[in-house]
Design a protein around this ligand. Structure first.
Ligand code: GLY
Length: 324
């Protein structure tokens, strides 16, 4: 503890959350300081559970973390019942499903796409940007042209259910973009493979009923997700504007570099948001892992749950929150 900054000590509670339907999980227990915590896969919200299953399967078969995170979040992107990611996502206020995603590997290489339409798996386009171009980020029409040239196909991502829900919203909400604590369940997924390498992915359809052209934190390396193979990784879900203003995921990794536990880093990330922003109507949740396979989670409000696959068990956990 001697190398930790004092403000971190003051905010530390050392508990990431509560296993749903079971007992407390302490992320600071002694067993967490061993390699037995690796591999690990962690992701946001209940749709993360199935994403974790896919990611862990790849890692368990000796695969790399970068492949695991991509294939994991693709499960959520393809799920029509996941209304904040990919196919079936709630549209913007004009009825367009627009997608943001980013991915980062253990070498610090990364790729991202923003404001991409009609492509079911934006995370795989982000991966191609990372692997096959000298760039980090492609946006809008350029990202779409790149995707089509690389074998992706245009699809209508607005399901009947999403279109009907949007039409209802138009009547009630009078075309105003609304920030609230319910309409942004982005998936962020972090993993450490059997070799100890870390990777992360983040993908979303963004805030429901957003203004056309709005891009959130999810495709921004350092905001929606960041990994550093020497230290760990962080990812965000919730109102992207608040995360972008504090460069949340990079902040979390840098705090861990200075000695914070993943839990302490997530709590400080949320503290930076609530200090200067009106957090009453916005939910933000952070997840973090460090190189040892310890994890942390924290949110502005209660209700943020996450999926943790570790030691052969995939489970949902309720994160602790700032606003009780
Ligand atoms: N965190 C997702 C978004 O704000 O778009």
């Amino acid at each position: 503890m001697s190398n930790r900054r004092s403000f971190i000590k003051k905010t530390s509670i050392g508990i990431a959350g509560t296993i749903i339907g079971s007992s407390l999980y302490s992320c600071n227990n002694k067993n967490n300081n061993s390699m037995s915590n690796i591999p690990i896969v962690i992701s946001t919200w209940k749709h993360g559970f199935d994403a974790n299953e896919k990611a862990y399967e790849i890692i368990n078969n000796g695969g790399q973390a970068i492949d695991a995170v991509e294939e994991g979040v693709k499960v959520s992107e393809a799920d029509p019942n996941c209304h904040s990611v990919g196919y079936g996502g709630w549209p913007d206020r004009d009825g367009n499903v627009t997608l943001d995603a980013c991915i980062m590997d253990h070498t610090g290489n990364c790729g991202s796409v923003s404001f991409l339409q009609n492509i079911k798996h934006p995370i795989s386009v982000a991966r191609k940007v990372m692997d096959n171009t000298p760039h980090v980020m492609l946006s809008g029409e350029g990202a779409l042209q790149f995707a089509l040239k690389n074998g992706f196909h245009k699809e209508d991502l607005l399901t009947d259910k999403a279109r009907k829900r949007w039409e209802e919203w138009l009547k009630d909400e009078k075309y105003q973009p609304i920030i609230n604590i319910e309409n942004h369940d982005t998936i962020g997924l972090l993993a450490i493979d059997k070799k100890g390498d870390i990777a992360g992915a983040c993908t979303t359809s963004g805030l429901a009923w957003k203004m056309h052209g709005r891009v959130g934190d999810s495709p921004i390396i350092g905001a929606g997700m960041f990994v550093d193979n020497e230290i760990g990784g962080g990812c965000a879900t919730g109102v992207g504007e608040a995360v972008m203003k504090t460069i949340g995921s990079f902040l979390i990794v840098e705090l861990m570099r200075q000695g914070a536990t993943p839990q302490e880093a997530c709590e400080e990330g949320i503290a930076r948001i609530v200090k200067n922003q009106n957090y009453k109507e916005m939910q933000i949740g952070y997840l973090a892992i460090n190189k040892k396979g310890e994890h942390g989670a924290y949110a502005v409000h209660n209700g943020f749950d996450y999926a943790l696959y570790q030691n052969g068990t995939n489970q949902m956990i309720n994160a602790q929150a700032f606003a009780k």
